[in-house]
Design a protein around this ligand. Structure first.
Ligand SMILES: Nc1ncnc2c1ncn2[C@@H]1O[C@H](COP(=O)(O)OP(=O)(O)OP(=O)(O)O)[C@@H](O)[C@H]1O
Length: 306
């Protein structure tokens, strides 16, 4: 069966934030013992609307992380194009790309190794400001404290070092850092897979809440279909570098059209499958709305665009 590729292009009232056309990445070395090239991303096209949470799903090795990195030009694609807010990302000179990067952030999977243990949390969160804008130390600290509040941490946390925090708290710190430059797009690479199940729900709710409050767009790499069903508006299912299915998360996960998607769903244990199908939170009995109160209601006005 062929993928319903038209679902990758949405009629939108405003231009999409991200437009990906025939993107391909071939690794020629170091990928296979046989020395054969690997088409990690193979002729992939899709759009992401502003304010959307778009999920990339698939088994390990299907090409999700490579695609995510190509979007931000952290890996140079072999061919194809990526337009971000109308700008051709792959054609941009390095200096202009550095500037654009402020608007496109990435959050990695492992909250334990992604934060420099020698820095205070305030320094970690405020650091992108030193690289991208001329701000005074005081302003940096104030903004770092605002962001820590936004992600549900006490600003006094800023004086401590990352080792004092749990995995979930560290992922909040990493998110605060990713948001401090007020980006439009954040790519999240398996943002909760290193966390305990109970903490996953809190971080997922935080992502939904920050998307809403800051009008953010998230592209999120996931292998957990239950999380995808709860978090994402649309999803694409990848197999060997290609999109085999793309559409609304509810449609793809409740009525999968492609045998590979059905296979992924069938491989889930009974409860996980039910959660994927009915949008239940992973690992908790009901919808994860109860963790929502974690996001404090003291968000500074300037962080709220709506
Ligand atoms: N730097 C690289 N050099 C060579 N091959 C690579 C490189 N990075 C990824 N690959 C290969 O590209 C393919 C896709 O890998 P990728 O990590 O993008 O998949 P994934 O779906 O994100 O998997 P995972 O969930 O395990 O990270 C795999 O065959 C992988 O071995």
């Amino acid at each position: 069966m062929t993928a319903p590729l038209t679902a990758g292009r949405r009629p939108a009232l405003t231009a999409p934030l991200l437009e990906v056309d025939r993107l391909t990445k071939v690794f020629t070395t170091g990928s296979r013992r046989s020395g054969e090239p690997v088409r990690a991303v193979d002729d992939v096209s899709f759009d992401v609307a502003r304010g959307e949470i778009f999920g990339l799903l698939g088994e390990s090795g299907s090409g999700k992380s490579t695609l995510a990195r190509c979007l931000l030009r952290l890996i140079a694609p072999t061919s194809g194009s990526v337009r971000f807010d109308g700008v051709d990302v792959l054609d941009l000179p390095e200096a202009a790309m550095r500037k654009l990067r402020a608007r496109m952030q990435i959050l990695f999977q492992d909250p334990y190794s992604s934060l420099d243990p020698r820095m205070t949390v305030r320094e970690i969160v405020g650091e992108p400001l030193t690289a991208h804008t001329a701000t005074s130390r005081r302003d940096r600290e104030q903004r770092a404290d605002d962001l820590l509040t936004l992600v549900g941490l006490d600003p006094t946390a800023g004086r401590r070092r990352p080792h004092a925090f749990s995995g979930g708290q560290r992922q909040r710190i990493a998110l605060a850092r990713a948001l401090i430059l007020d980006p439009d797009l954040v790519v999240l690479d398996e943002p909760v897979s290193a966390l305990d199940v109970s903490v996953q729900a809190q971080i997922i709710n935080l992502l939904r809440e920050t998307r809403r409050r800051l009008s953010l767009t998230y592209v999120v790499v996931l292998h957990d279909l239950a999380i995808a069903r709860y978090l994402c508006d649309r999803v694409a299912v990848m197999q060997r570098g290609r999109f085999v299915e793309i559409g609304a998360a509810a449609d793809v996960l409740e009525s999968p059209r492609h045998p590979y998607t059905r296979q992924l769903l069938d491989a889930l244990p009974g409860r996980g499958r039910r959660e994927a199908l009915h949008g239940r939170a992973p690992g908790v009995a009901g919808p994860i709305a109860d963790a929502r109160g974690e996001l404090r209601e003291v968000v500074p006005d300037r962080w709220v665009r709506e």
